[in-house]
Design a protein around this ligand. Structure first.
Ligand code: GLA
Length: 356
């Protein structure tokens, strides 16, 4: 894997990193103005930049072994480059002069499994631009620009959880975020508990279409209920008049918001874990974003004595599962569960804590 120096010769003028995230609770609530509870993962993306001698941008992604060149007039067509291009274009729209740059990206955030590799790339790019050009952007503005880049340039109508988590979270405490007001505070994990993340090995093939479909269903439910968003509904009784499918979608959102608030008010790991298990059941049955493979992996995690609770994490349709696990037992649990998952025909791997 080649470094900035190897690709371009000489050193970068600015360099910045941002982490991926795993969401502990509050799934598919952010685009409904609700509550989320992500935590940063140890894996990070690092972006390095230098003013170029050429009249165009060069972008090299070390892990992808991809190199592209582009200008503002001739944007890149490669998907990964659209995140970087989106950030550059948005900062330029804000009035900054951006000279042609040599850009290098290095990352150990797993791609395409629901751990926000795209948000990490956007936030690291914006942080690096802030440093290089001395921009006055705070961390919330960075998250907001990153979300815009994803919506306008990568074509995903995402909420703001991933970018806020990458920009503001750390790996030791969860970030309770109200996505309507952006009010937030750090919340300790329950005593004696740690985060374990396993990849199901299932590609998230339907993620983009299924995601936008769920979002549209929530908007339709809110419209029928006469509220600005499903955040404004506090009890499931108020959903009675909705058509069956929309009622189930909305019920997930309403109960998921309540689970986040219950989790931050409950100190014990078993209670927190029970809320994660309930979240998975709701995502599987009411929101229908799980898959048989994810259900198998989650059930295997939940059956472990050292696991307090487990669920799919991120948008669903494949990708990673998160468990709250007795601290110190992560590796043993991962080994046992991945072996049983393989027996059941799956092929997973441990993502957090990262294996040495
Ligand atoms: C993706 C989106 C987030 C959020 C989650 C589901 O990660 O980018 O905004 O909606 O799915 O909770």
């Amino acid at each position: 894997m080649s470094s900035f120096e190897q690709v371009y010769g000489g050193s970068p003028e600015a360099q910045a990193s941002a982490p991926g995230r795993v969401n502990l609770l509050g799934e598919h609530t952010d685009y409904n103005d609700g509550y989320v509870l992500p935590i940063a993962i140890p894996q990070q993306t690092t972006v390095a930049m230098r003013r170029s001698r050429q009249a165009r941008f060069s972008l090299h992604a070390a892990e992808l072994h991809e190199a592209v060149t582009f200008t503002f007039e001739k944007p890149p067509t490669e998907h990964f480059a659209s995140y970087v291009f989106g950030c550059l274009a948005l900062v330029r729209e804000q009035g900054a002069q951006i000279p042609p740059l040599d850009i290098h990206v290095a990352s150990d955030v797993p791609i395409g499994v629901g751990l926000s590799s795209s948000a990490a790339l956007e936030v690291a790019t914006l942080r690096c631009l802030r440093e290089l050009l001395h921009l006055t952007l705070d961390d919330v503005q960075i998250a907001q620009l990153a979300q815009r880049a994803e919506i306008d340039y990568a074509g995903v109508r995402c909420g703001i959880m991933d970018q806020m988590a990458s920009s503001l979270a750390d790996t030791t405490r969860a970030l309770l975020l109200d996505t309507r007001t952006l009010e937030r505070r750090f919340v300790n994990l329950p005593a004696g508990a740690s985060v374990l993340v396993l990849d199901s090995g299932i590609a998230r093939s339907l993620a983009a279409s299924g995601y936008n479909e769920r979002r549209a269903e929530c908007e339709e439910a809110a419209r029928l209920l006469g509220v600005a968003s499903l955040r404004d509904i506090d009890t499931v009784e108020k959903l009675a008049a909705l058509p069956e499918r929309l009622k189930r979608r909305a019920r997930h959102v309403v109960t998921e918001n309540a689970r986040v608030l219950a989790a931050v008010n409950c100190a014990s790991a078993p209670e927190f874990g029970a809320l994660m298990n309930a979240s998975h059941a709701s995502l599987r049955d009411d929101y229908e974003v799980s898959t048989p493979g994810l259900d198998t992996l989650v059930a295997l995690l939940q059956a472990q004595e050292s696991v307090f609770g487990a669920r799919l994490t991120g948008a669903g349709f494949g990708g990673a599962c998160v468990a709250l696990c007795a601290s110190g037992a992560e590796h043993d649990v991962a080994q046992a569960v991945l072996a049983a998952y393989q027996q059941a025909g799956g092929s997973g791997r441990q993502l957090v804590p990262p294996e040495a």
